[in-house]
Design a protein around this ligand. Structure first.
Ligand code: CP3
Length: 353
């Protein structure tokens, strides 16, 4: 039993029937929305926005007010965790995230802090509590974290990267040190996700943006293994909270991801949902996978591609409509609204209820 009014997302995650396919959008609170840009301007910079609970709550709610979405996602970032571990996160205009003190040596790894979620990351928990209050049981709230591998990539590179020279040097030069780093991040992430659920998050998602740069062996050893630990830990302590794992470019590993015991798997646009469904044998819900680039197209093109995604999943109760990755900054919000309304219109045909 859920007290919330719109239970579609949780119903799909729990394998109950739904009247239409639920939809939310990765990065739904973001720069494509003029109201987001106005609030960010008021905050001054991204970190102030993310670390002021009232402002984080405000931007979380903006897409919920504007569109008919089936879930809210906490406004924060996967890099708040390494920031709290002592790396000093900042955003350089036009350059993305950067760390003042990247992790490079075994000594750096040893010196990393283990933040307490209700102390160093209290602003996130306060935001979760405030958002739940403001949502007033309308739609569920999704909490999230980065995968240990993806977070480690940023920590070691010191920011975004093209070739990942530092973390690959560590991976092929001192595997033990990388495992010690991943374990520390994993332990912090488990505490962090547990605290989000205790504060009010009703579903969890783990973003593995960079798992797809690994060889199959390395993916299993350095990325999936630690996501498995997160799933195991959360299932022990918070068994009723669904968990979604998303490895960008991880299509060929879908059967292994589905076997972790997670409830849903995020799918990018490089794999057909028909194939993804066959690979995961309907043991998990699938979330995705419209190419965000479709939203640059005309309304008739958007409609055609929405229909294509719905058809590729086919009839069934375990599809959550989403993009295959985050929405781009220069998308027109009117096209987003059209996509959402089109999912509302076309998806009931794929459900029994
Ligand atoms: O989805 C949502 O609306 C919730 C908020 C959210 C943000 N980041 C807000 C944000 C979530 C779930 C994230 C996750 C995140 N952050 C990931 C994993 C998902 C993915 O996109 O692959 C990653 C890799 C990051 C790290 C990060 N944060 C980068 C690379 C950047 C800069 C590049 C970019 O896309 O802008 C950020 C900043 C960031 N996080 C913004 C937002 C809305 C843009 C900041 C701004 O206002 O300028």
């Amino acid at each position: 039993m859920h007290s919330i009014r719109n239970t579609r997302l949780l119903d799909v995650l729990n394998d109950k029937g739904v009247d239409r396919t639920p939809i939310w959008i990765m990065r739904q609170a973001g720069r494509y929305l003029p109201e987001y840009m106005a609030t960010r301007k008021k905050a001054g910079d991204f970190m102030t926005l993310a670390s002021t609970p009232e402002l984080a709550c405000e931007v979380t709610l903006q897409p919920i007010r504007r569109f008919t979405l089936d879930a809210a996602i906490l406004f924060s970032d996967i890099l708040t965790v390494p920031d709290a571990m002592g790396l000093g996160l900042y955003f350089e205009a036009g350059e993305g995230p950067r760390f003042k003190s990247p992790v490079r040596t075994p000594e750096d790894i040893k010196n990393l802090g283990k933040p307490d979620p209700e102390t160093e990351l209290r602003y996130v928990m306060d935001a979760v509590r405030l958002i739940r209050r403001e949502l007033n049981e309308s739609v569920p709230l999704i909490g999230f974290a980065g995968s240990p591998w993806t977070v480690a990539t940023y920590m070691v590179e010191g920011g975004g990267s093209k070739d990942y020279p530092h973390i690959k040097r560590l991976m092929y030069g001192d595997e033990g040190a990388l495992h010690r780093l991943l374990l520390k991040i994993t332990e912090t992430t488990i505490d962090y996700l547990r605290a989000q659920v205790d504060a009010g998050a009703q579903s969890l998602m783990v973003f593995d943006t960079w798992g797809g740069i690994l060889t199959p062996r390395a993916y299993h050893a350095f990325s999936l293994h630690y996501m498995q630990r997160i799933v195991d830990a959360l299932k022990k302590s918070h068994a009723t909270t669904p968990i979604t794992l998303f490895t960008k470019n991880g299509g060929m590993w879908l059967p292994d991801i589905a076997r972790t015991g997670c409830d849903a798997v995020g799918v990018d646009w490089t794999i057909d949902l028909r194939d993804a469904r066959a690979l995961t044998r309907d043991n998990v819900a699938l979330q995705g996978n419209l190419d965000p680039g479709v939203l640059y197209g005309s309304k008739s093109k958007i409609r055609e591609e929405v229909q294509r995604v719905l058809e590729s999943y086919g009839e069934g109760e375990r599809h959550i409509f989403n993009l295959g990755h985050g929405i781009h900054q220069h998308i027109d919000p009117e096209n987003v609204e059209f996509m959402i309304e089109t999912v509302h219109e076309l998806s009931p045909a794929f459900h029994r209820k």
